[in-house]
Ligand binder design. Structure first.
Ligand code: HEC
Length: 217
């Protein structure tokens, strides 16, 4: 009985996998490099000692489009791209290395899709910024995951600030450091480190949430 269940689970997961692949191939909106891909690299790969323009670990610098595509990316073929192999690697082969967290499945597929689409420097038309109905889960969390948790999570988070969960984000919302750092206010370290300032819309979304008392909604 157990074996049958196991087999069934296997078949179901293959079906689900195929369904996902299909959807993936049918993707009609090209991935936007500036908004979707660059922040993943900057947040997860450019920590000190890693792939920033000072440390250049293994010769990889992953802070700008030009640097990213210069090594380890085969446009149109994600599977043969060294960078893709590294982010899905196992154990010591995996990037980012421990103690930094692995990329999420969503971040990995975003990068794969972008490579498959030709690894172009796509920018996107910014839709109007909607700051009504701002919530932590829908509005703030995705920005934090995309731009901050590469450094601010894991067993030794940068600045001893962990954004793995709500509590850490709430703490810096309350003590003023979150807004201070993302608006590059005087007296705070500008964040995200090594990267461009967040877009005006992303800052506005976070500000709205902070002004509402930074609720866990
Ligand atoms: C590439 C790594 C990296 C990324 C990405 C990053 N941080 Fe940081 N952050 C650090 C480091 C290192 C420190 C501690 C040293 C310092 O304050 O400069 C820090 C410190 C901070 C502080 C304390 C600042 C202060 O003045 O005390 C806050 C708040 C913060 N980060 C928020 C964020 C937010 C929000 C994001 C995403 C929008 C982010 N960080 C992205 C590396 C990073």
């Amino acid at each position: 009985m157990k074996k049958v269940l196991f087999l069934l689970a296997g078949i179901v997961s293959v079906l689900v996998y195929n369904a996902c692949t299909k959807e993936y191939l049918q993707n009609v909106n090209p991935v936007c490099f500036e908004q979707d891909v660059l922040p993943i690299f900057v947040s997860n790969c450019t920590q000190s000692g890693c792939h920033n323009s000072q440390s250049r670990a293994e010769g990889y610098v992953l802070d700008t489009y030009e640097h990213i595509v210069s090594k380890g990316i085969n446009p149109g073929d994600y599977k043969s791209s060294t960078i893709y192999k590294a982010i899905v690697g196992l154990g010591a082969e995996r990037m980012p290395q421990s103690p930094y967290s692995a990329l999420t499945d969503e971040q990995i597929s975003t990068i794969a899709l972008w490579i498959d689409e030709g690894a172009e420097k796509t920018t996107c038309t910014v839709s109007a910024c909607d700051t009504t109905n701002v919530t932590y889960t829908q509005s703030v969390r995705p920005i934090i995951v995309n731009y901050c948790t590469g450094c601010h999570s894991g067993s030794s988070p940068s600045g001893n600030i962990s954004y793995s969960d709500y509590a850490g984000v709430k703490a810096t919302a309350t003590n003023g450091k979150l807004m201070g750092s993302i608006t590059h206010a005087q007296g705070y370290s500008p964040m995200p480190q090594n990267a461009n300032k967040l877009s005006a819309c992303n800052i506005a979304l976070i500000r709205t949430w902070v002004n509402q008392g930074a609720p866990n909604n």
